[in-house]
Design a protein around this ligand. Structure first.
Ligand SMILES: Nc1ncnc2c1ncn2[C@@H]1O[C@H](COP(=O)(O)OP(=O)(O)OP(=O)(O)O)[C@@H](O)[C@H]1O
Ligand SMILES: [Mg+2]
Length: 145
């Protein structure tokens, strides 16, 4: 988690985004492909930074409950229209929103993120409201694996 924060902090500073981190002091040992999960989290935070206007707020929240680790990446950026919500994890999907299209991207980040998390026996979800912001949540099983 420290590695994730170190990697993404410069991007947050560059766009004057307020970056709030809520990490538990202690976590049980997790058996996972660290590089891939770190890349996935950096990816979600990168999206949050990309699709949130300057001066916005991004939060990384990590919590544990019932043998599950939940990682939430919240932003108060452009948000996602309801009719696009079910498509954001599809390969090559990009929104029609001009605020999205003015940023560069190939629409691959989230499909890869979902693949990595599912290979770990977990899943990833999104909740979002247009013009309000988005929350991406990763759920990972914690007992062995
Ligand atoms: N935090 C977010 N806020 C608003 N829209 C988002 C957010 N994250 C993803 N999206 C929407 O989902 C689409 C797919 O995201 P994804 O990360 O797969 O692709 P990308 O960011 O466009 O390109 P890439 O990650 O390949 O560089 C984005 O183009 C955007 O429309
Ligand atoms: Mg992306």
């Amino acid at each position: 988690l420290e590695e994730v924060v170190d990697k993404i902090q410069p991007l947050m500073n560059q766009k004057s985004l307020q970056f709030e981190c809520n990490l538990p002091a202690k976590l049980p040992e997790l058996h996972l492909d660290k590089d891939k999960v770190v890349a996935t989290m950096v990816n979600l935070l990168g999206n949050a930074a990309k699709y949130t206007p300057e001066g916005g707020r991004i939060a990384l929240k990590v919590k544990t409950a019932q043998n599950k680790l939940q990682i939430d990446v919240e932003d108060n950026g452009v948000g996602i229209a309801e009719h696009e919500l079910s498509k954001v994890f599809d390969k090559f999907f990009r929104s029609e929103d001009p605020r999205v299209l003015e940023e560069t991207g190939s629409g691959l980040g989230l499909s890869l993120a979902r693949e990595v998390i599912r290979l770990h026996g977990g899943d990833i979800h999104v909740s979002s409201e247009i013009d309000k912001g988005s929350t991406f949540s990763i759920i990972l099983p914690m007992n062995g694996g």
